[in-house]
Design a protein around this ligand. Structure first.
Ligand code: ATP
Ligand code: MG
Length: 416
């Protein structure tokens, strides 16, 4: 048997998947985000330049595509922000702010486990040309309202941190480097020792409990912000309070990608276990220039992991207001001779926006059982007599009553 590729999933029931997309799309509309669709294939260079070569995503998790051109390096996109910034530059978008969202699969060569796959789906929201720090709060508010009010989950927490500007980070990196190197070098795990030398703030990505314990006492970036950044950080917190959005400040939150500056955030859930973040984002003021844009373009964005949100929703499915399923009509032609007529009648009902299934196999008894199983509102029986008299026998599957109706009146009758 040929199996699916490791770390991928088959979705045989897309109810929850679509539920999430539908609510996110409606929310995006309210907040004036326009949907775009971007390619899954991108040049590897796009992510190397933007995410940083020392990040796990670029270092270990990329899926490369083997093409016929030897000097061509293409990959399956691991995330959407860099692609959106590329599309912004390449298409010469000049209407600012550019508020867009996109849904689709991402690929990362990770160790598959619950909530962590090699192919997974994200919904990304981005605002490019977002100078004011209040854009960050509005984006966070949109997501918080999406989860709390629209979808209806209550097990989540919002973690935020503020990474300052490039100068703040340069100074802070030195401070952190010296602190860890002088006081705790021997206690760090081998990978953190390496991160320390290559890209010191990446140590915070470490999943090792002992390292995380050390980092708690390390200098905090929010204590070392320049005056304008410190004011913006205050503004973020005040505006979140003003909108009654609860959050906690987590000073080791740096996010796994190098392009972030200033605000970073994550939504986590106690329903998720180890992979507990289901949505994350932040500000990236220099990404557009890094990718070759003419000028820096202040921007902020977030990505929602659909599979992780699905894991949360599966546990609270009964409390969700799912869209009502359309009533279905099941047509049962008694013999082969009535099958063409059955399809003709089905055609007419569907043209009138009714959900119809025509049963073409099995005995009458088994077809009736099937209709029951499908949750049909009515079984519409067409035998020889019905065909001759141009009528139909309608069995109400809830009350069990039967009546005969002229085929010409069927639509009006069912719509009653
Ligand atoms: P993690 O710390 O769990 O590895 P991340 O920081 O790498 O997450 P992001 O790049 O911020 O994740 O992606 C945003 C969201 O996409 C995450 O919060 C998560 O919900 C989802 N996500 C990321 N990687 C995976 C994966 N391998 N499988 C499923 N969902 C994922
Ligand atoms: Mg990751």
């Amino acid at each position: 048997m040929i199996t699916r590729v490791k770390g991928t999933q088959d979705f045989l029931d897309v109810t929850l998947f679509n539920f999430i997309i539908q609510h996110a799309t409606q929310q995006a509309e309210l907040y004036q985000f326009k949907e775009i669709i971007l390619p899954i294939l991108e040049y590897t260079d796009l992510f190397q330049r933007s995410l940083g070569t020392e990040t796990d995503v670029v270092n270990k998790e990329m899926f490369y595509i083997k093409t016929r051109e030897e000097d061509e390096s293409i990959c399956l996109r691991p995330e959407a922000t860099a692609s959106i910034a590329r599309a912004f530059i390449e298409n010469g978008v000049d209407q600012l702010p550019w508020r867009v969202f996109t849904c689709g699969p991402m690929f990362r060569y990770e160790r598959p486990q619950k909530g962590r796959y090699r192919q997974f789906n994200q919904i990304s929201f981005e605002i490019i040309g977002a100078q004011s720090i209040l854009h960050d709060v509005e984006l966070i508010a949109m997501l918080d309202r999406l989860f709390t009010e629209r979808i209806g989950i209550n097990s989540h927490a919002l973690l935020i941190n503020f990474l300052g500007c490039a100068e703040d980070r340069a100074k802070y990196k030195e401070l952190l480097y010296n602190y860890l190197k002088k006081n705790h070098f021997e206690e760090l795990c081998p990978q953190c020792k390496e991160r320390l030398e290559k890209n010191v703030m990446r140590v915070f990505d470490c999943k090792n409990a002992q390292c995380q314990l050390l980092f708690r006492k390390a200098p905090k970036i929010t204590d070392h912000l320049c005056q304008p950044c410190a004011a913006e950080w205050e503004q973020v917190k005040e505006q979140l309070d003003f909108l009654s959005i609860s959050y906690s400040h987590q000073d080791t939150l740096v996010r796994g990608l190098d392009y972030y500056s200033k605000t970073v955030f994550e939504f986590t859930s106690s329903h998720l276990g180890a992979q507990n973040a289901f949505c994350a984002g932040g500000r990236y003021d220099h990404l557009v220039a890094m990718l070759g844009g003419k000028t820096d373009q202040p921007a902020v964005g977030a990505a929602l992991g659909i599979e992780r949100l699905m894991l949360i929703l599966e546990q609270i499915k009964d409390t969700l207001t799912m869209p009502q399923q359309k009533a279905i009509q099941v047509i049962i032609p008694v013999a082969k001779e009535q099958q063409p007529l059955a399809l003709l009648i089905a055609d007419e009902l569907r043209a009138n926006d009714m959900g119809v299934e025509v049963l073409l196999e099995g005995s009458i008894k088994s077809m009736m059982r099937k209709a029951n199983k499908l949750g049909a509102a009515h079984a519409l029986l067409i035998g020889e007599q019905e065909q001759q008299d141009k009528i139909i026998t309608i069995k109400n599957m809830i009350t069990g009553t039967e009546e005969k109706v002229a085929q010409a009146n069927l639509v009006t009758h069912l719509k009653k």
